[in-house]
Design a binder for this molecule. Structure first.
Ligand SMILES: Cc1ncc(COP(=O)(O)O)c(C=O)c1O
Length: 449
């Protein structure tokens, strides 16, 4: 590449080559014909390169909980980059990593008081699964290797995550490696639960399916159960009332570790720091990412209970206790951003605010009932989902058009999965902005009828 072409390639004001970037989880060919480009962001809004305002109905990808480009976070990242750009976490440490770890330990329920850092939700899930396997090994119960997930679970894209996840496409494309797992049934039933606000009344009994799995495989072969307290990426499925408590009881009864994947629900999305608190259940591990630093620098992690940590802290003191870690575990910039984001969450009481807004949000989103093709609406915390009827022979086409036109024509960014629209605005959203989202969505749903 010549100096001239490299300068042109760095000119971000008008990218002219959309070919080279293979976008993740994207219909690439369609995107490149009709790109949805974002140039900057502030607060609740994105702005296109032309300067058009787009309200963020999705907190980016369920991650920008404090809203966009918060000055406090920007300054913290800038200051950290100028002071300590990088420091290895293998055998060395830095103050920011310890500070955010103890902050998170205070925030998490019960004795979930140790944190292992990584860089994404997928890595957090694979880390938690590895900790579960290693834990039983260290305890001399190496036969406990089976991992139990749930249908319609999404646990990221690592091999561990797609194994316990319940997404059919993963089995179609990558299936051959996904052995040694079993799945609980998912908890969605439209007949019983349609148009639920909060946790559906029906479905707690589905946790008892764990008994069937234990009978089939024997508890001596099962390491852990992993579930999202609210399945987000497969269409917003809140746990039925009593379901998570029942799972905890059954895991205790059979000596099985329980992992809550809180990559979406962590940091206020359901009105508490972690969903575990909303349900008054202490899992053995919590995975987190996204909201930990409001999506600003890649960061994820696993919180583990005291007993898990203690189990590993044995043997000669010069020996590494867990053979696991990432070059960027506890990256200084991610830690600085997380400390600043946690300050915002605390000072602006964003988790409590979410709790207070939940009924307002629920009423607003449920007001879309009766619009063309709306089959179901679900809300919990500051999350909402709208199931649209699929077009004959074109599953996903209606929601895809809705997502595209919402951005291009109506100034609304949202997520879709199949023919479901998912909403999860930053936790700073005002009642007026909730109104704006609903008004725009009404137009979109009518436009794709
Ligand atoms: C529950 C859950 N776990 C894991 C992940 C994976 O996170 P990442 O995309 O950061 O790897 C996601 C992403 O949406 C998620 O929702």
């Amino acid at each position: 590449m010549t100096a001239q072409t490299s300068r042109a390639a760095n000119d971000l004001s008008s990218p002219n080559d959309l070919d080279a970037w293979w976008l993740p989880f994207t219909a690439n060919r369609s995107f490149k014909q009709r790109p949805r480009m974002v140039a900057r962001a502030k607060g609740m809004y994105y702005y296109t390169p032309e300067g058009r305002e787009v309200i963020d109905g999705a907190a980016g990808l369920w991650c920008c909980n404090a809203g966009h480009n918060r000055d406090e976070i920007t300054q913290a990242i800038q200051a950290q980059a100028a002071e300590l750009d990088y420091s290895p976490a293998f055998q060395f440490g830095h103050a920011g990593g310890f500070a955010i770890a103890s902050r998170l330990a205070q925030l998490a329920p019960g004795d979930l008081n140790h944190v292992f850092f990584c860089n994404s939700g997928s890595e957090a899930v694979d880390t938690a699964l590895k900790v579960a396997l290693a834990y039983w090994n260290v305890k001399g119960q190496g036969s406990k290797t089976r991992l139990i997930g749930r249908e319609r679970g999404y646990h990221g894209v690592g091999f561990g995550g797609i194994s316990v996840g319940g997404i059919v496409k993963n089995r179609q494309f990558f299936g051959s490696l996904l052995a040694g797992v079993d799945h609980l049934p998912h908890t969605y039933n439209r007949e019983q639960q349609a148009f639920s606000k909060g946790e559906p009344e029906w479905g707690a009994h589905l946790a008892d399916e764990l008994e069937r799995i234990v009978t089939l495989h024997d508890a001596s072969t099962i390491a852990t159960v992993i579930v999202e307290p609210m399945a987000g990426s497969t269409g917003v499925i809140a746990a039925p009332k009593g379901y998570l408590q029942r799972l905890r009881q059954l895991c205790d009864k059979h000596g099985i570790l329980l992992i809550f994947d809180e990559v979406i629900t962590g940091f206020g999305r359901l009105g508490t720091a972690f969903a575990a608190e909303r349900y008054d259940v202490v899992p053995d591990m919590i995975t987190f990412a996204k909201g930990v630093n409001s999506g600003t620098v890649p960061m994820g992690g696993v919180m583990v209970r005291q007993e898990l940590y203690d189990t590993f802290m044995k043997g000669p003191e010069h020996m590494i206790e867990l053979f696991h870690g990432y070059t960027y575990s506890g990256h200084p910039l991610a830690c600085a951003a997380a400390l600043a984001a946690q300050d915002i969450y605390r000072d602006e009481k964003l988790f409590e605010r979410t709790k207070a807004l939940e009924p307002v949000w629920a009423d607003a989103i449920h007001s879309l009932k009766g619009l063309p093709n709306v089959l179901d609406i679900r809300t919990i915390g500051l999350v909402g989902a709208i199931d649209l009827a699929s077009r004959p022979d074109a599953v996903g086409a209606r929601a895809f058009e809705a997502m595209d036109r919402a951005f291009q024509e109506f100034g609304l960014m949202m997520r879709i999965t199949g023919d479901t629209i998912a909403l999860s605005p930053p936790l700073i959203v005002t009642e007026e902005q909730i109104g704006e989202i609903v008004e725009k969505l009404t137009k979109v749903i009518k436009a794709v009828a």
